[in-house]
Design a protein around this ligand. Structure first.
Ligand code: GLN
Ligand code: ZN
Length: 772
């Protein structure tokens, strides 16, 4: 394909860049500041230097317009809360006393004040701080940070475009403030918020911004007519301002759907759309509204949230189609590059041919620049890049890593029977009761016990070669002995080995499965100063040998009580990794499920009669649009059943999920066909128990009675009270007693007391049950 030169030169741009720096300098500076080891001045200097380096790197790579305001000390939604003056009452004094400390107090809380709630940013693994708004909220504009960062970039001689969270998305992401009516809708504050945005826009214009970007990713979700009309009003009002920069409304993570006609009609000068997710549907929608004849269109054709090289020819074809649909077409990544690691060059452990399949933020920037050049000057101007790209794509498509015939044959031969246990739940429950002989209200934990400093040291020493594998494993066994002995002394009914050998619940398995790649420096911000290194699902999956059996078997050899085997489920293995883009997600899930199924069967063969397959990510991976959910839930639940479907009726399968709001997936949870589910419930006072009951959930359940996210130890009385509440929704024959989640982030002293109290509570409440 040859693209003839477009009318205007296409510009290359991005909406945001990884904040941390090549060696996570930002994390170190912020955590140093918290510990009092780094002064506020030094922290600010580090931050300014990181911003400067990012801008210069972007500009040096050929990015025509750099973003500003995407940097953050913690979170860009929290920054927006500061920008609009929506500081919660409980934080006002701290913010007034010292803005930076007040900012961190909102993010992390202090001894006396709770932080803002944190939740996931759409369907990414980034977490933002939820704004708290009420009928009494008064907004005031504070454009200082945005203006200062714009000036920094302009001072470098760059063309810069400030990026803000848009007003509609900001309100839609908010929740009612404490004290506000529970049904309060923050969107009703729109008319109060718009003048504040108007002020910020005027300030940015005065500081030299030609364009300002307003991010509205909330518009790619299903929106009510009222929300769409509020959106139309918002952009009519902002568009009508006399003193303002040109406005670019950006959407990402999916297609705009019903919001597209609203924004196409709005008096704004540009739209940014995502052409990586649902690209074909998005193109059709764009054609259906008659294109954007008088607008600038920024086409997100380079996926900003996965790590695969772009198919440049395919992107050029999309861009070519778009040329006919807008006044001017520019090229970008689909979303901020915040969601990918910085640079593949740091990955010395990945072989060069495979490394060429990958594109992190720096490589994506180069792709965007190449595409803009190709769009402007024709493919003849990028022949070398196209040839290299074609070679990388071909090498990936034909590699034995991505296509293992044995794995494909096995996945293809899966039958419906494989994904079903041999007996329905109602029948196998008797076999399990006879076999396990547990008391009513059996007590257990979710899997991990405290990850002590000694364990982390041992792992570091193993990595650095200061101890050998045998020495390391002996330390893990010592920890297992301690954990088993503690649980026996405390009187728990179903024990766990404690997961001492695991660095992370996904990485531990990824390291042992072929087809997964690990990175050394592939850090991605999860929240605040927490960064994770998601493994890369690159190829067909096999399990060369058992991954957990010897640890579980060792633990079982130390006790008469049942020890629960612990695995991470297939959906979570995908959700917390970078996934393949060359086959449907369901196919990848099925391969992972088949590998995990071997592990489940091996655990059973080794004498494990209770096996837990954790799926904390089942709910969070739910597609953004309701119409896409049934297909997702179908493959997700099938993958779980395939993992667990091969065991005998008497083997009890548990699953575990955290995070509230299970209401909309109770049906799917039932479709997992697990025997027992443990859920997070302590903070919501057993709300999930009621939700399960309302939906007629027929299986056993353990709504958590110990909030493990807090260092607080619940008393036995408190836990008993929660159990009594649980019993009103779930009968005693089906109620389990457990914490909300794993204990790996807790210390031993509080874990000891909390579990003692939990067992005491179960005993007390058992004593209150009518004798049968
Ligand atoms: N079994 C895991 C643990 O206890 C579950 C963790 C999770 O739900 N996130 O650590
Ligand atoms: Zn959990």
């Amino acid at each position: 394909m040859t693209t003839e030169s477009a009318a205007a030169a296409a510009r290359a741009t991005v909406y945001g860049y990884p904040r941390q720096g090549p060696n996570r300098e930002l994390k170190k500076a912020i955590e140093g500041y918290w510990k009092g080891r780094v002064t506020a001045g030094a922290l600010r200097a580090t931050a300014a230097e990181l911003r400067r380096a990012n801008w210069l790197q972007l500009a040096g790579a050929g990015i025509d317009e750099v973003p500003t305001g995407d940097f953050s000390y913690y979170d860009h939604v929290l920054d927006t809360t500061v920008m609009v003056g929506a500081i919660p009452d409980r934080h006002r004094d701290a913010v007034a006393a010292d803005p930076l400390d007040g900012y961190f107090a909102m993010a992390r809380g202090t001894q006396d004040v709770a932080p803002l709630e944190m939740t996931k940013w759409f369907d990414t693994n980034y977490h933002y701080l939820v704004p708290e708004l009420g009928p009494d909220t008064v907004f005031t504009a504070d454009s200082a940070r945005q203006v200062a960062e714009l000036r920094e970039a302009l001072a470098l001689g760059l063309t810069a475009r400030p990026v803000l969270v848009g007003p509609v998305t900001y309100l839609l992401l908010a929740k009612p403030a404490p004290g506000a009516p529970a049904d309060f809708e923050p969107l009703t504050l729109l008319d109060r918020l718009l003048p504040v945005y108007a002020e910020v826009l005027a300030d940015l214009r005065a500081a030299g911004a030609e364009w300002v970007q307003l991010d509205e990713p909330a518009l790619v979700q299903d929106r009510t007519p009222a929300e769409l009309s509020a959106t139309g009003r918002a952009y009519r009002d902002l568009g009508a301002l006399a003193d303002r920069p040109k406005l670019l409304v950006a959407s990402y993570f999916d297609r705009l759907g019903e919001a597209l006609p609203v924004l196409a009609k709005a008096p704004v000068e540009g739209l940014a759309l995502d052409f990586t997710e649902a690209a074909a549907a998005h193109l059709e929608e764009l054609a259906a509204v008659g294109g954007l004849p008088r607008k600038r269109l920024i086409a997100g054709v380079v996926n900003g949230r996965n790590i695969w090289v772009n198919d440049l020819e395919k992107s050029l074809a999309t861009l070519g189609t778009l040329l006919g649909l807008a006044d001017r077409v520019d090229v970008a990544a689909s979303c901020s590059l915040l969601h990918v690691p910085l640079d593949t060059a740091a990955e010395r452990d990945i072989e060069p041919p495979i490394l060429r399949w990958l594109a992190f933020a720096r490589q994506k920037t180069a792709e965007i620049v190449t595409l803009a050049r190709g769009l402007t000057r024709g493919t003849g101007a990028i022949t070398a890049e196209l040839a290299a790209n074609r070679a990388a794509l071909a090498s990936r498509a034909t590699s034995p890593i991505t296509r293992d015939p044995a794995v494909r044959a096995r996945a293809g031969a899966v039958t419906d029977a494989d994904a079903h246990r041999s007996q329905p739940y109602a029948e196998r429950v008797a076999a399990q009761r006879a076999h396990l002989r547990l008391p009513l209200l059996p007590t257990t934990t979710i899997g991990s016990f405290p990850q002590t400093g000694e364990l982390r040291t041992a792992r570091a020493e193993l990595r650095e070669g200061r101890i050998d594998r045998a020495g390391y494993e002996e330390r893990v066994r010592a920890e297992i002995r301690e954990v088993i002995s503690f649980q026996e002394r405390t009187g728990l009914d179903v024990l766990v080995h404690g997961e001492a050998e695991r660095n992370d619940m996904v990485q531990y398995f990824a390291e042992q499965l072929t087809g997964y790649l690990a990175t050394r420096h592939g850090w991605v911000q999860s929240y605040g100063t927490r960064y994770v290194r998601p493994p890369i699902l690159a190829g067909d999956i096999t399990r060369p040998e058992p991954m957990t059996v010897r640890w579980t078997a060792y633990a079982q050899s130390l006790t008469e009580r049942p020890v629960k085997g612990m695995l991470t489920g297939p959906v979570t293995m995908l959700a917390w990794s970078f996934v393949r883009d060359d086959q449907p997600l369901g196919d990848t899930a099925r391969q992972v499920a088949l590998a995990l199924r071997e592990e489940v069967n091996d655990l059973e063969a080794a004498g494990t009669s209770v096996i837990q397959v954790d799926e904390p990510a089942l709910r969070e991976t739910l597609p953004l649009r309701a119409g896409d959910r049934p297909a997702y839930l179908a493959w997700a639940t099938e993958a779980f059943r395939l993992t667990t479907g091969g065991v005998r009726p008497g083997t009890q399968i548990h699953t575990h999920m955290c995070y509230a709001e299970f209401g909309d997936i109770v049906r799917a949870i039932d479709d997992l066909d697990a025997d027992v589910i443990s859920l997070e419930a302590a903070r919501s006072h057993m709300q999930v128990a009621r939700e399960l009951a309302t939906h007629g959930y027929p299986r056993e359940a353990g709504p958590g009675v110990y909030d493990i996210h807090s260092p607080r130890v619940p008393s036995a009385r408190e836990a008993a009270e929660l159990l009594r509440t649980g019993l009103r929704a779930i009968p005693a024959e089906r109620l389990w007693v457990n914490p909300d989640c794993g204990l790996k982030t807790r210390g031993w002293p509080e874990t000891r007391s909390a579990l003692r109290n939990l067992v005491a509570a179960a005993r007390t409440v058992r004593g209150e049950l009518p004798a049968s």
